[in-house]
Design a binder for this molecule. Structure first.
Ligand SMILES: *Cc1c(COP(=O)(O)O)cnc(C)c1O
Length: 228
């Protein structure tokens, strides 16, 4: 069985090494522990080792975990595919959503977020590899969607997320990370926004993502071990 405290320590070390190489502050890069398919006790162990942000992909798998751990000040991030019929539960139970790619979902999330909660933090999921089978929208659609998201009471647009094809050459992945960073800058300048989040980098490519400006890496396998 994997030693979670130790693997977390290793990942944090890799992050701070990568930040140093890139001439960045380690504190500018957050670690999101991706706990999809992993049991409650593993999340609890990671929490006790100092990890407080967790990412989940499957709503039905995530809700019982969120409920069981509700006494802990955990920040929950939804990183899976977004669908209209899931927006209500996601808006109620998560702090962040990384996978927004339709205006309709933005409005549904806003509608179901309660006034008693802090605004839901969202990222737009961008697909820069040109593969139509993958989730996410292209550069133009992202610019248009960012423009269309008018100020809403219960939603805060924070940034962009991407996930390159893990089987593509490293050079292509680097280019995709750089493109996402450039797109964020462009949206901020052209639309007078202040997006501050680049959600990119996973177990195999966190160094490349941090070199390109990632502010949040999403790590599953290297913290919790391989998924079944
Ligand atoms: C599963 C998943 C991750 C974590 O991937 P690892 O390679 O296990 O680190 C990150 N982001 C998203 C969107 C995922 O679905």
């Amino acid at each position: 069985m994997i030693n979670i405290a130790q693997s977390l320590q290793k990942v944090r070390q890799r992050m701070s090494d990568a930040a140093k190489v890139a001439g960045r502050e380690a504190s500018d890069i957050q670690l999101l522990a991706v706990s999809k398919t992993k049991p409650i006790d593993m999340i609890h162990t990671a929490y006790q080792a100092g990890q407080s942000c967790f990412g989940e992909n499957y709503l039905q798998d995530a809700l019982p975990k969120i409920s069981a751990l509700h006494k802990l000040p955990i920040e929950w991030h939804y990183i899976g595919k977004l669908q209209s019929n899931k927006c209500k539960d996601i808006a109620k139970h998560f702090n962040w959503v990384h996978s927004v790619d339709r205006l309709k979902h933005v409005h549904l999330l806003n509608q179901h977020r309660s006034d008693n909660q802090a605004p839901l933090q969202i990222c737009l999921q961008v697909n820069l590899s040109g593969e139509s089978s993958k989730n996410g929208i292209d550069t133009h659609q992202t610019i248009n969607l960012a423009k269309a998201i008018t100020p809403l009471a219960r939603i805060q647009l924070r940034g962009l997320m991407t996930m390159p094809n893990p089987n593509s050459p490293k050079q292509d992945q680097i280019r995709i990370f750089q493109k996402l960073a450039a797109l964020k800058t462009r949206i901020n300048q052209q639309n007078n926004r202040s997006l501050d989040t680049l959600s990119m980098g996973m177990s195999d490519d966190l160094e490349l993502a941090i070199a390109a400006g990632s502010t949040m890496v999403r790590i599953g396998t290297d913290i919790f071990g391989p998924r079944n």
